[in-house]
Design a protein around this ligand. Structure first.
Ligand code: PHE
Length: 465
């Protein structure tokens, strides 16, 4: 008998799935944002709160999305309506978010490329000059050029498909990334730097600042800020609420242990975040003391090149491997976003992978160009509801991360916790008779705790809290 339906793409096994999903989760958030928040929020205190939330809140949300994907065997745009007919609108949200994020993620990927090539051409010192970063992003053609390079790489990987593209490249890039991160983290501990005032600081002292909880002057309000920061970071770091984990879950074979794989993704993502802190905090601390850590967004593109430069010739080598590693992290994340929207088109309109990838890459590219021009031709300053001031990139980032993603997360909890009931996902998680150790915790999380936390994140995002 001839089968009518085409076999769905799939990962070859559990390692392929875990590495691809970890590739998505490990991104700029782990390498730049996590260390920055940890330094700001009292080191070890932030780490403890983050870990506690990862094991409960993060786990519940991540396993829910993967289970929805594998159960429905559909991509985000069509998966929700298969869970419950009336909830198809959530699929549209889950398509719109990655469609908004992908264009600007490519632009940032382009910035990373620029730095990587500067170090490759032994021009790392140039990146240290005052105004280098601003000069680059405000120039008219350079950012577009590097964005194209980055977007073409993503396009090729997604075009090749799940097994021969995403899985294959994740299996190559992620292990290299881990080795580089561990290497720099260890090296960072041994740095010692004497500043103009004659003060010598070491990486080891910086590591102490990172790991030892700092309760000095901690108020209840301060503690709440730490919790809110940790929650928001966790949510973003696990690539939740943008359809990605649904798409990847839909490529997971039915005989793979879902719960175990999700644990492994979490360990991978959190482990890399912790190591990224070990890599960056001691180095920046040795170079400029505690104040250096408040550099915020400029940390990666402005402060770190200065740190590398202060380390002489070997520092340039570290700079090179650092930006190669960041490139890998950004690439595997960007690929997952493009895959989420591509697979949605394939399932919704029954387009071929080739056609879907082409249409999605081309249409998002137009937005990428507008984002690049946001720093010159279309330049303006807009005050956002959360108090920050930004350009087009920041507006897209704000709308997706602070508003749409918490809403999707919240609605997903309501759908699974109250409408379709947790049994829907639990049945999928225990499909082959696997034990689900944290089942009660999961039910409590998805029905009560996670929706409340997401609602708080949303209030904070829109500037009410
Ligand atoms: N999870 C990624 C990180 O930690 C962020 C990301 C955002 C990934 C959007 C995919 C899509 O950096």
């Amino acid at each position: 008998m001839e089968t009518q339906t085409k076999q769905r793409n799939s990962f070859t096994g559990s390692i392929g799935f875990v590495l691809a999903a970890a590739g998505s989760a490990v991104g700029l958030g782990n390498i730049w944002r996590f260390p920055y928040l940890a330094a700001k929020d009292g080191g070890g205190l932030f780490l403890v709160v983050y870990l506690a939330l990862a094991l409960t809140f993060g786990f519940a949300l991540l396993i829910t999305e993967v289970a929805i994907g594998r159960k429905t065997q559909e991509s985000p745009l069509t998966a929700y309506s298969k869970i419950s007919k009336k909830w198809g609108f959530l699929g549209i949200f889950s398509f719109v978010v990655p469609f908004i994020i992908y264009p600007y993620y490519c632009v940032i990927g382009g910035w990373v490329m620029k730095y990587m090539f500067s170090y490759l051409a032994f021009q790392g010192q140039v990146a240290v000059a005052d105004g280098f970063f601003t000069g680059f992003i405000t120039s008219q053609w350079q950012p577009i050029f590097y964005t194209v390079l980055f977007a073409v790489l993503c396009f090729i990987i997604v075009y090749k498909g799940v097994e021969h593209g995403i899985e294959k490249y994740s299996k190559i890039l992620m292990p290299i990334l881990v080795v580089i991160v561990i290497f720099i983290a260890i090296y960072s501990l041994f740095i010692s730097h004497t500043d103009e005032a004659g003060v010598t600081r070491t990486g080891l002292q910086g590591a102490a600042v990172y790991f030892i909880p700092n309760f000095e002057g901690l108020t209840f309000k301060g503690f709440l800020t730490v919790c809110l920061d940790a929650m928001g970071q966790l949510f973003y770091s696990l690539s939740i609420a943008m359809g990605i984990m649904i798409a990847y879950g839909s490529y997971m074979k039915k005989d793979v242990n879902l719960g175990k794989s999700v644990n492994q993704i979490e360990i991978f993502d959190t482990g890399i975040a912790l190591l990224a802190g070990m890599m960056i905090i001691p180095a920046v601390f040795a170079f400029s003391g505690k104040e250096g850590m408040s550099a915020g967004p400029g940390l990666m593109f402005i402060t770190l090149p200065k740190v590398f430069n202060s380390l002489g010739k070997f520092g340039e080598f570290i700079g090179l491997i650092f930006f190669v590693m960041v490139m890998f992290a950004a690439l595997t994340s960007a690929v997952s976003i493009l895959e989420a929207i591509t697979s949605s088109m394939m399932d919704k309109f029954k387009w071929s992978r080739k056609k879907s990838t082409l249409v999605m890459a081309a249409s998002t590219f137009v937005v990428s160009i507008i984002v690049c021009l946001g720093y010159n031709v279309f330049y303006f300053d807009l005050k956002l509801p959360n108090g920050s001031v930004g350009q087009i990139l920041d507006i897209l980032d704000y709308a997706s991360n602070n508003v749409l993603m918490p809403i999707i997360g919240l609605l997903t909890c309501i759908l699974i916790g109250w409408v379709a009931k947790p049994k829907t996902t639990i049945d999928e998680i225990t499909l082959n008779g696997e034990k689900f150790g944290r089942k009660t915790l999961y039910v409590v999380m998805i029905k009560f705790v996670a929706p409340i936390l997401l609602f708080i994140i949303l209030l904070k995002g829109i500037g009410i809290l």
